[in-house]
Design a protein around this ligand. Structure first.
Ligand code: COA
Length: 656
């Protein structure tokens, strides 16, 4: 069997290379071989220093997530790190790609760290429901200021190489040959070896506002335990001798790794990577995505155009006239400007992006695009008209996509000569920020169109989930079902504020009524009116939302919806309560009280039933795809795994 950890000697320097594709995770085999190499090297008096590097695309990306939550296999990572830290000679980590979790802890146990200019460093354990378990909370704040360590450990977000250099996490950046730079540094490191980080106190711990940070973390965590545990571990680290803090950290790590939240988060991690898996086996070259057309420059079209520009594509946007084209351009410009203000991109990146953008009413400008995404008003006749026009002007090899939230992709495809080149791409607003993309496979969608959707998702760094055609696809169909049930709960005695609070307490960022107010009640109202003629009259129907729309309460944009926003805040509105009571009386329902738990059981039950229907109809490819949609597009709390995960675990409601 090929070795996972190789060692080569160059003039008294040992070059130790971890080679465990795809991401050099620290599984048991890697740990055992690395420990053996450390011991061999320590026993060889001819070796003056060691450089630790990785083959392939990245430095060690962390523990092997498949091993987490199971009984630890020997040797455990702290044992390996102790051996490196206590070695006779200095060890220099040469980091490229991402040094994450156990990978960063490994680099921290080395005497020094040299990094490629594009490297990233992070402790993402909280995103997996844990804290670092091999010294991350102990060595890191002894190397960098405590406030930076707190951000890295409790937030889980990686920092760039330049930030790492600025805060003292790395000793030097190498813009050219990383290995040579690390070897030179190792030669200079010399003897005696510098003292271990464990012999230093934490940096700037006295300046930490622990209480303020705890408040901020708790507000953001929405029930996830790990971020607060991470803060507590760092507090311990500041107060305890380092070796005692290491023991406490390890215990906390083992307890959390075995928790329900960590299991749910690991499931979410692998589900996201499995999403859209059926697309990877498609044997067909995608369309050229260097130049992409967008039809319609409203909020959605402009957001899609911005996402495409940020991915490096040239974008040609079609609008009905010059003035609408100018408005679309201004929207895209604003979105790019906001990305600069957020620090997501540089001003220079934004300028280059807008240079790749043109907007005009000239249809022929689209003809050289490999893919055109239509994002006009959500109306079947309007979209069918756009599709038949596109079909006439676009060359046969171009792929045509519709960005629709609900409409029947098969009916749109009918307007084209070759429906195989048509697919649905359901983006979520704001399209340049939201990670989810539903790729809608129509009855006749061909392999090339699907592989184009997959290539586009990859290019945009979005999580793609394949959905068949149905009203609302996976996500909106589930949302429509539980929103409907929430409205029935209003008839039965719950209030919008109570349902929203129950959802927030469960971990959603917002409740369903708050979400509706944010996105506007009119779109769903229009959908209900569109489907009115086909509605089964024997099916129960709740008219409360229609009533609110009829009296002009369309959500935040009209300052009134399920709540009153007229004074800038969000208030319960007696008019809404009256509408609910009137409808309750008409329906002859006697109100009863609801607990948070009863509300969430109802909501989860509806999500799960609808999810099962989507599976049995073949609309969704797997239960985990449904969870990915709910987690990435609908604010379902990640630490609960998703509705189908809870169903599989036979957890009725995680309040229990
Ligand atoms: N353990 C086990 N498998 C891992 C892994 C880990 N720590 N990190 C990544 N993988 C696997 C993925 O499941 C995927 O497998 P697949 O190809 O069978 O689907 C493969 O490695 C590639 O990962 P992917 O995320 O698709 O690649 P990427 O290039 O987009 O991202 C990383 C690479 C390292 C940034 C990303 O995988 C990541 O963030 N990994 C987790 C890091 C982490 O949380 N470490 C701390 C663990 S405590």
């Amino acid at each position: 069997m090929a070795s996972l950890v190789g060692c080569e000697l160059r003039d008294g320097i040992a070059i130790v290379t971890i080679d465990a594709p795809p991401v050099n995770a620290l599984g048991q085999g890697v740990r055992a071989e690395l420990l053996a190499r450390v011991r061999e090297i320590d026993g060889n008096p001819d070796i003056r220093a060691a450089v630790l590097c990785c083959a392939g695309r990245t430095f060690v990306a962390g523990a092997d997530i498949n091993e987490l939550g199971k009984p630890p296999l020997s040797p455990v990572l702290p044992e390996v790190l102790d051996a490196i830290e206590g070695a006779r000679i200095p060890w220099v980590a040469a980091v490229h790609g991402t040094a994450l979790g156990g990978g960063l802890e490994l680099a921290l146990a080395c005497t020094a760290r040299i990094a490629d200019g594009k490297a990233k460093f992070g402790l993402p354990e909280v995103t997996l429901g844990m804290i670092p378990g091999a010294g991350g909370t102990v060595r890191l704040p002894r190397l960098i200021p405590m406030c930076d360590a707190v951000d890295m450990v409790t937030g889980g977000k990686p920092v760039t190489a330049s930030t790492a250099l600025a805060i003292g996490l790395v000793d030097r950046l190498s813009e050219t040959d990383l290995l040579s730079a690390a070897i030179s540094y190792a030669e200079l490191a010399g003897q005696p070896k510098p003292a271990s980080l464990l012999d230093r106190p934490c940096r700037d711990a006295a300046e930490m506002d622990w209480q303020g940070k705890a408040k901020a973390i708790q507000a953001k965590a929405r029930g996830a335990e790990a971020p607060m545990e991470a803060l507590d571990a760092l507090k311990d680290s500041a107060q305890l001798p380092a070796r005692e803090a290491l023991k406490q950290e390890r215990q906390r790590f083992l307890r959390l790794a075995a928790s329900d939240q960590a299991a749910a988060l690991r499931y979410a991690f692998f589900s996201e990577r499995n999403a859209g898996r059926s697309l990877t086996s498609i044997d067909s070259a995608p369309a050229d995505l260097q130049r992409i057309g967008v039809v319609g420059g409203g909020t959605m079209g402009a957001g899609i155009a911005t996402a495409l520009l940020l991915s490096g594509s040239e974008v040609r946007l079609l609008e009905r006239d010059t003035s609408a084209a100018e408005t679309a351009r201004a929207r895209v410009d604003d979105m790019l400007g906001a990305s600069v203000a957020r620090g997501a991109i540089s001003r220079e990146d934004a300028d280059q992006a807008i240079d790749r953008f043109t907007a005009s009413p000239d249809e022929t400008a689209l003809a050289s695009c490999g893919l055109v995404i239509e994002a006009v008003f959500e109306d079947m006749d309007v979209k069918r008209d756009v599709f038949s026009r596109l079909d006439a002007i676009m060359p046969a090899e171009a792929v045509l996509a519709t960005n629709t939230s609900y409409l029947d992709v098969n009916r749109l495809a009918e307007t084209t000569v070759d429906p195989a080149r048509v697919l649905g791409l359901h983006f979520f607003a704001p399209a340049h920020l939201m990670k989810l993309l539903e790729i809608v496979r129509g009855r006749d969608t061909g392999r090339r169109a699907l592989s184009t959707g997959a290539a586009l998702a990859k290019r945009l760094k979005k999580t793609a989930v394949v959905s068949g055609v149905c009203h609302g696809f996976i996500g909106n169909r589930i949302m429509a079902a539980y929103r409907r049930d929430c409205e029935f709960m209003l008839l039965e005695g719950a209030s919008p504020a109570q349902i929203d609070a129950a959802m927030r307490n469960f971990g959603f960022a917002m409740g369903i009524f708050e979400v509706q107010d944010m996105s506007g009640l009119d779109i769903a109202w229009a959908q209900r009116k569109n489907t009115e003629s086909t509605r089964d009259p024997s099916e129960p129907y709740c008219r409360i939302a229609d009533k609110l729309c009829e009296i002009g309460r369309l959500g935040r944009k009209t300052k009134r919806g399920w709540y009153d926003y007229s004074d800038g805040g969000q208030k319960i509105d007696p008019q809404v309560i009256r509408v609910i009571e009137e409808e309750r009386t008409k329906a002859g329902v006697t109100a009863h009280s609801f607990s948070d738990e009863q509300i969430m059981k109802r909501i989860l039950g509806v999500m799960q039933r609808e999810g099962q229907a989507l599976l049995s109809e073949g609309v969704a490819e797997s239960a985990s795809d449904i969870d990915v949609v709910m987690l990435t597009g609908y604010g379902f709390p990640r630490h609960r795994g998703g509705p189908m995960y809870l169903f599989g675990q036979q957890i009725e409601c995680a309040f229990l």
